[in-house]
Design a protein around this ligand. Sequence first.
Ligand SMILES: [Zn+2]
Ligand SMILES: [Zn+2]
Length: 126
Amino acid sequence: MQMLNEVNNIDIAPYFKLSEFACPCCRQVILHPLLLKKLSKLRETVNRPLYITSGYRCLGYNRKVGGIKTSYHLLGLAADVRAKGMSALDLLEYAEIINFSGIGFYEKRNFLHLDVRPTKQSRWRG
Ligand SMILES: [Zn+2]
Ligand SMILES: [Zn+2]
């Protein structure tokens, strides 16, 4: 049904729609406002499109993609992101300035995991 494609098709910030953060298997979505705020700041800073390759994940989907049990994707606190025409390494510099509390650098697959975990800062390479 055509109409179902419109689920979550809602502008939630100048550069983002809610649907971009939804779980691909069930379209459910949880999104923390701080994550959206920081991603919006990142979008404005790099001044080019950001692609959310993974936002909220339900338990089943997180298991399917091999996410860890305590993944912040399950809580709406994390997004995997790449920027159009920019390496993950370059994007990393901007993400550090914006100070996401969790940053995973996935060089080979060319994306960053960014999160707003409430606990202490974490940095890793995947
Ligand atoms: Zn799902
Ligand atoms: Zn991630």
